[in-house]
Ligand binder design. Structure first.
Ligand code: SF4
Length: 310
């Protein structure tokens, strides 16, 4: 069992993707209401070597020696990977030791820092998120660290676009009532025209997030936003991954999750502790199981519980 690698996990955007987690659970510059990894426990923009370079590169070297290559190495996890001050070195290690493309999933809030932007230049694809281009919506959906603001956030993304030659797939997640106001949607369009991402991936909640009373957008609501923006790079990607198309989908993993939930309803944290799997990995299976209506989620005092659907 690796400490800093997880998967390969089935990813709808990156195929069979091996995750590299560079920060401890929920160290992030945002505390998004929809975060599937739970509430942010350390809200910060402080960069440091949260996960040791030697530990993570040792695991990557071991993985490459003993396993078939994944479709992607993906810097992601249960926090913001650019907070790790050695991300550029780890990325360089992967590029120097394999031909596997590298993706970085980031909230993009640290791109105001030229060092962060420079450290990502070797990536093949960078997937920043941008859910708001208007301050109120930003505070409602992303609940940022206090000094982050929209002008700095968008400028960082524009600067990165001007410096980076690889693909930028911008992810926008819409929560009805929070960031779907006309004002925010028009401001987002204006930001897209400056950032010039290769793709804009429109998404919504897969499953309840960290707070109550939020819901996913319907397909029609997302389509209305696509029509309003009227930009060629926009794609709706909200859909559970099709398991049959995912090479990495492991039936034994699915059975282990189902068996555990059958014994007693569990939260994501419970499943993580019992099965020893990374939270992101469990999340991917829960997506499929909910989509197939094998499980349901119920909010209770201690959090969101997953139960077998009766
Ligand atoms: S940026 Fe990502 S990890 Fe951080 S709170 Fe938002 S969804 Fe969670």
């Amino acid at each position: 069992m690796y400490k800093y690698l997880f998967g390969p996990v089935p990813s709808r955007r990156l195929g069979m993707s091996l995750g590299i987690d560079l920060v401890p659970h929920k160290v992030c510059s945002l505390n998004c209401v929809y975060c599937e990894c739970g509430r942010t426990t350390k809200l910060t923009t402080e960069r440091k070597e949260y996960i040791p370079y030697d530990g993570v590169t040792g695991e990557i070297a071991h993985y490459l020696k003993h396993n078939p290559s994944p479709d992607y190495f993906t810097f992601s996890g249960s926090g913001e990977p650019t907070l790790n001050s050695r991300i550029g070195d780890v990325l360089h290690f992967v590029k120097a030791n394999s031909k596997v493309p590298v993706a970085v999933l980031t909230n993009g809030t640290l791109f105001y820092d030229k060092n962060v932007r420079a450290e990502l230049l070797e990536a093949d694809v960078v997937l920043p998120s941008l859910d708001a281009a208007e301050e109120l919506a930003f505070r409602k959906v992303n609940r940022p660290w206090r000094k982050l603001d929209i002008p700095g956030y968008i400028k960082g993304l524009v600067d990165f676009r001007n410096e980076y030659k690889g693909q930028i797939w911008l992810e926008v997640l819409i929560i009805p009532g929070l960031n779907d106001t006309e004002e925010n949607l028009w401001a987002l369009k204006e930001a897209f025209l400056k950032i010039r991402p290769d793709e804009i991936q429109l998404n919504t909640l897969d499953r309840p997030g960290t707070v109550e009373n939020i819901r996913a957008s319907t397909r029609k609501e997302l389509q209305d936003i696509v029509n309003l923006w009227n930009l060629p790079q926009v794609k709706i990607i909200a859909a559970a991954p099709d398991r049959k198309k995912i090479v990495a989908y492991r039936d034994d993993m699915e059975s282990a999750i189902l068996e555990t939930i059958k014994r007693r309803p569990c939260t994501l944290e419970d499943l993580h502790k019992i099965l020893g799997l990374h939270i992101n990995e469990i999340n991917k299976y829960l997506d499929v199981l909910e989509d197939e209506k094998k499980i349901v989620s119920v909010r209770e005092k201690r959090g969101l519980f997953y139960k077998i659907k009766s």
